[in-house]
Design a protein around this ligand. Structure first.
Ligand code: AMP
Length: 483
């Protein structure tokens, strides 16, 4: 596995910049020293139970992740922005041995690496593990109302990162990430930078929220490779100064997480004519991504962009409702089989989307698509799952959260979409007694249960309309007046 040689490679990177965050730069040596501190603390317990990494993008998050990787214990990144009730729901599922970071009310010991002396790099070793052991657990939105923990093995991550490493045409020297570590998009920038001995530049929450700060940071970072969601690129494109003069070294942008639109690529190509654009596709359940397409000018004339061909070790089929592979050109459900398919969900989530096929272990994605000229295209979803600014959201999770509030009698959540299908916002339709119809109070109550990107706009209605079959009548719901 690639990780076995990683330690000696990282040691050889010595004084090169490893991580840039909030104006500070960490060398590879300092990063490993911090990792050694966490490694010593993890090894003290002797347990192989998961370790929670609680924070945002502070350097200790990456140091602790490396420590877990060397110590062969699963890591579970939880972003500080997650509401405490959600964090507690996650903790109940994983029974961690240790939390690294300042989590309040942790059910186990908490370790604050900043308060510990620098670690001894020479104490770092690569402890034995089996390829099928759990390497990390990432939580995604669950339609039952409980976040689902996806268990990814060392073998999954190994094959994924080798492939990601092969995507940029030149070896990256500085990789600019955008996602927080609890989102699987971050796996790409995190490991790409480690494998190349490159600088990993990450953006703070404040930089993400303020254009002046963000653009100053982009101008300073010197990134030659970026890993972004299409929504983030669209946000940047809304400012005219986002162009080659801002990021003169930018050679490759790797996109993943949601549909990349032809119009976005056309606008990017005008501003970054020499930058290569790669469209990747895949769910957390298949270790970040399983297909990639190098987007050309010819592609941007199409109605939708291809997501490309499967990585080695993966077989993708478009199937009918019985699971039979369909011929090219026919639209069906995308099924992914092979070495990227994760181990499954943590109990109590339902693992029925994982199955055994002649091509190996497979995952039914719930995504619809078709093959044309050997390339895969994604057309949408079979279920209600949506992507909002790259975040995966199950409307049912929001409905379940709304229904836990005593003032809510009934609720339904729908995406508000642009003509090209992009989800612009989440709209909740809520039935409540007249004295309880205060959207601010309702949103405040939801804040304690859901991450901020899942908080919908609220429209109070007198009933939730159903079709004759008793299903949600979405057309009638949009036409239902507010009360
Ligand atoms: P996540 O588990 O958060 O990475 O979300 C995975 C889902 O995002 C997939 O199942 C797709 O629905 C969607 N997705 C990811 N990449 C793409 C892409 N390039 N084009 C269209 N949809 C995508």
């Amino acid at each position: 596995m690639i990780f076995e040689t990683m330690l000696s490679f990282l040691l050889s990177c010595g004084d090169r910049t490893a991580y840039a965050y909030e104006g500070s730069r960490l060398t590879y040596r300092t990063m490993l020293s911090g990792a050694a501190t966490c490694f010593a603390r993890i090894c003290e317990t002797g347990s192989r139970d998961p370790v929670v990494l609680y924070g945002h993008k502070e350097p200790y998050m990456k140091q602790a992740m490396l420590a877990c990787l060397f110590a062969a214990v699963p890591y579970v990144p939880i972003d500080r922005a997650a509401p405490q009730k959600r964090v507690q729901a996650i903790l109940r599922q994983i029974h961690p041995q240790l939390v690294i970071g300042d989590l309040p009310d942790a059910p186990c010991p908490v370790f604050l690496p900043g308060h510990a002396p620098d670690g001894d790099i020479s104490s770092l070793t690569f402890r034995g593990r089996k390829p099928q052991d759990v390497c990390y657990i990432l939580f995604t939105s669950g339609s039952t109302g409980v976040p689902k923990g996806v268990c990814v093995s060392y073998a999954n991550l190994d094959t994924c990162v080798r492939w990601v490493r092969s995507l940029p045409q030149t070896t990256p020297a500085c990789v600019l990430g955008q996602a927080c570590f609890s989102f699987d998009l971050s796996v790409a920038d995190l490991y790409l930078s480690l494998l190349c001995g490159a600088e990993h530049a990450v953006l703070t929450r404040e930089e993400m929220r303020s254009f002046p700060l963000l653009f100053r940071r982009l101008a300073d970072c010197g990134a030659d490779t970026a890993v972004w969601t299409p929504s983030f690129a669209q946000l940047l494109l809304s400012d005219r100064s986002f162009s080659r003069s801002l990021l003169p070294q930018l050679r490759t942008i790797l996109f993943c997480g949601e549909a990349l639109r032809p119009a976005t690529v056309r606008r990017l190509a005008e501003r970054f004519p020499e930058t290569q654009i790669i469209n990747c596709y895949g769910p957390t359940e298949c270790t970040f991504a399983v297909t990639a397409a190098r987007i050309t000018a010819a592609h941007t004339a199409l109605e939708r962009l291809p997501v490309g061909t499967a990585k080695p070790g993966v077989q993708i089929d478009v199937t009918d409702a019985q699971g039979n592979a369909l011929e090219p050109g026919k639209t069906g459900e995308i099924r992914i089989a092979g070495d990227s398919v994760a181990l499954g969900y943590l109990p109590p989530a339902n693992n029925s989307a994982f199955l055994q096929t002649p091509s190996g272990r497979a995952y039914r994605t719930g995504d619809c698509g078709y093959f044309r000229d050997g390339l895969l295209y994604v057309t949408g979803r079979q279920d209600r799952q949506i992507k909002l600014s790259g975040y995966r959201v199950e409307p049912a999770e929001i409905e379940n959260a709304l229904l836990t509030l005593p003032q809510v009698h009934a609720a339904a959540v729908l995406p508000r979409t642009a003509p090209d299908g992009t989800v612009l916002a989440l709209q909740a339709f809520v039935c409540a007694a007249p004295e309880d119809r205060t959207s601010d109070r309702l949103r405040q109550a939801l804040n304690a249960l859901l991450p901020s990107y899942m908080i919908p706009r609220i429209r109070f209605v007198d009933r939730i309309p159903l079709t004759e079959n008793g299903k949600l009548d979405t057309k009638a719901l949009w036409e239902t007046p507010a009360v």
